[in-house]
Design a protein around this ligand. Structure first.
Ligand SMILES: [Mn+2]
Length: 335
């Protein structure tokens, strides 16, 4: 009922949809400016092939009311959505906590011979029994060289002794996302080389964390991180000085091993709205997800947590309770 709609939403005036044309007409003849919505997400790279219901509505508005000034609501919405309310952060935290349960469960489950889809099933079972509606996005469970296929979602291979498994798996809760990546050894023990790369990625993640502070912005952040990646890849012997000296500034040498962005807004969408040119401000939620991908060595490693930018100092890590250090993961797998 209308009364119930008011009760759950706090909205005082609730009307039936059939009243829309008349109410809209009354409002339009009193208004000069109309803000219309359009998906301007930076990840939308080409014009959509299908006209949405909203597109048709805007088109009709312009036919019916040609003399109005039409403006974009999107910059306003982008800014509203990129800075989260405390209630929203609580829901994202809950999504992260459910993701943690799933991850701890599979640490007890993974062993040589297990199939990627079996791990996927463990995750979703744990998510649903904690009142999540499921995965926040199509999960990546990539053992061995599958980790080097950036959006590997087949999850249909057997996990082999000696290989790593890269997970990019997380729960939704109350329509809010979480977004986690971890990389674990199938047999419960990283090799010396796997561990070297693991610790290098982890250092990158810790460096990135220090830069998720107010006043920085997405572009400066990525430029600085390029230097961190370059230095770690030199240390791992994956790049040499000549590679760096001769690099193409448009595609720096480090991108051979780390070819994706380090952070994105997260919230109602896993890749949430937000204007990348805006400075970071308190209440924005970002992922932090460095990775090194080495097909020649048969593995790839990505580590990802979700953070809330604070007014001052370090960001708050919503995934601080999810095992991350290599020793802790080995200990839990061998318990
Ligand atoms: Mn992510």
């Amino acid at each position: 009922s209308k009364a119930q709609a008011t009760e759950v939403s706090g909205i005082k005036t609730v009307l039936w949809l059939q009243d829309l044309p008349n109410v809209l007409r009354k409002l339009m003849v009193e208004a000069d400016n109309v803000y219309v919505n359009k998906n301007e997400h930076y990840r939308v790279t080409e014009a959509p092939q299908v006209e949405t219901r909203e597109d048709r509505f805007v088109k009709q508005l312009k036919v019916d009311y040609p003399g109005h000034t039409y403006l974009r609501s999107n910059p306003i919405l982008q800014r509203l959505r990129s800075v989260k309310e405390p209630e929203e952060i609580q829901l994202i935290q809950q999504a992260c906590n459910i993701t943690e349960k799933g991850f701890r469960r599979i640490l007890n489950f993974v062993k040589p011979g297990v199939w990627e889809f079996e791990i996927e099933a463990e995750f979703v079972h744990e998510f649903l029994r904690n009142r999540s509606k499921g995965f926040a996005y199509t999960p990546i469970i990539a053992s061995g060289n599958n980790a080097n296929v950036l959006h590997y979602i087949q999850n249909n291979q057997e996990c082999k002794d000696g290989d790593l498994i890269l997970f990019d798996v997380a729960a939704e809760y109350a329509n809010y996302s979480s977004d986690m990546s971890r990389t674990i050894p199938v047999n419960g023990k990283y090799t010396k080389r796997q561990r070297e790369v693991y610790d290098a990625v982890l250092r990158c993640k810790k460096e990135a964390e220090m830069m998720l502070v107010p006043g920085n912005n997405w572009y400066k952040y990525h430029e600085e991180l390029g230097k961190v990646y370059t230095s770690e890849l030199l240390g791992l012997g994956l790049l040499d000085k000549a590679d760096v000296q001769n690099e193409d500034p448009a595609w720096p040498a480090y991108k051979k091993y780390m070819m994706h962005g380090t952070s994105h807004h997260m919230g109602l969408d896993t890749h949430d709205y937000g204007l990348l040119t805006d400075d970071f401000v308190a209440g924005m939620v970002f992922t932090n997800e460095p990775g090194f991908y080495i097909p020649a060595e048969g593995f790839g490693i990505r580590l990802e947590d979700d953070y809330v930018i604070q007014k001052e100092g370090k960001p708050f890590n919503l995934m601080q309770n999810i095992p991350l250090e290599a020793e802790e993961i080995e200990d839990l797998m061998n318990k």
